[in-house]
Design a protein. Structure first.
Length: 346
């Protein structure tokens, strides 16, 4: 029988790759032929490709499908792409939602690999291409800066505690002050590098249009582009919200179990974190978002919940502006509402 598809589903961990090989036949039946574990390094990649070759039908191409799991999948994805092989990288929420449709009682690395394989066989997954180097450089720099800020905050807290003592240790205070000075210098250096990269024609215009939103500056725009690889895997705003962990999860069963809706936080934490402070400035300086925030606070009385909702809207707006290559128009919402009223009257 003719083979329509051959998929290698890969469940990626830090040190190993759990894989499953499956086929979709002409009668649309799906079958998992074999599964195996390989090390997540070049030697493991070589063995995995040899294993795949021994199972694959030469009349049909093989496609490798994996989740976007932090940074652990990148080396293998780059290796496959450089060897001219078909690769698809799927957002974790898609696999998670698909997994729920399967009759699988126990979740293991092996069952996850099989689920990814079945997903690849049953769905049309977009082929992945190596991201532009500039996005990787921006991500390295923005994450490095984030770590430096965390370290500086920790040292400042220790310094504050030391100075609050009856007899602060002089040498301890000097060392902590020296650490803070060093971290400040490193942050300034990183910001200069980010600013320089932001002038690259590949990202300059995108950063400019996203930074036109009140409260959103270069660093936030650069972080969003870096963490999404220029929105490479994103196809719509709902998908973007899920990737960032802003999608709402609600636990409800019958009439006895009803949990409060809350964001999943299962997505990219760097996206959520980079938007928090800028959005507070957006709420203060933009009337549209200020009103939206006020309505939410009035509705449920939780300021943090309202701020998170604005974060999601601002992130979605950044995506829209980037895709349309348009600057932010503060009068857009009012003009849209005016047109709706005109249509209703007519």
């Amino acid at each position: 029988m003719k083979i329509l598809k051959q998929i290698v589903g890969v469940d990626v961990a830090q040190k190993e790759l759990v894989v499953a090989f499956g086929r979709l036949k002409g009668d649309l039946s799906v079958g998992i032929l074999s599964s195996k574990v390989f090390t997540n390094n070049v030697k493991g990649f070589e063995k995995l490709l040899a294993w795949t070759k021994s199972l694959a039908d030469t009349q049909c191409n093989v496609q490798y499908v994996m989740e976007a799991t932090g940074v652990y999948h990148e080396s293998f994805a780059y290796y496959l792409y450089d060897h001219g092989l078909a690769v698809s990288i799927v957002l974790p929420n898609k696999i998670s939602n698909y997994f729920k449709t399967l009759e699988v009682k126990t979740i293991t690395d092996s069952t996850s690999a099989e689920a990814i394989t079945r997903f690849g066989l049953e769905r049309n997954t977009q082929l992945w291409s190596r991201p532009k180097p500039i996005f990787k450089s921006l991500r390295q720099l923005t994450r490095e800066r984030d770590q430096i800020v965390l370290m500086r905050t920790m040292v400042k807290n220790h310094l504050h505690a030391e100075l609050a003592e009856a007899e602060p240790g002089k040498t301890s205070v000097e060392r902590m002050e020296a650490q803070i000075t060093m971290l400040n210098a490193q942050e300034r250096e990183i910001k200069k590098e980010i600013t320089k990269l932001a002038q690259d024609p590949q990202v300059k215009n995108g950063i400019t249009v996203m930074s036109s939103i009140p409260g959103v500056a270069l660093l936030t725009s650069a972080t969003v582009l870096a963490e999404t690889n220029g929105f490479e895997l994103i196809r719509n705003k709902k998908q973007l919200a899920s990737y960032a962990g802003f999608d709402v999860r609600e636990k409800q069963s019958g009439t006895s179990v009803k949990g409060k809706p809350k964001i999943s936080k299962r997505g990219n934490k760097y996206l959520r974190k980079c938007l928090y402070m800028p959005v507070l400035a957006t709420i203060r300086s933009d009337q549209h978002y200020k009103s939206f925030y006020a309505r939410l606070v009035e509705r449920h009385g939780i300021k943090m919940k309202a701020a998170v909702a604005v974060q999601r809207k601002v992130l979605e707006l950044m995506y829209t502006l980037y895709k349309k290559n348009e600057r932010y128009d503060k009068n857009y919402e009012s003009s849209q509402n005016g047109r709706k009223k005109e249509r209703q009257v007519l």
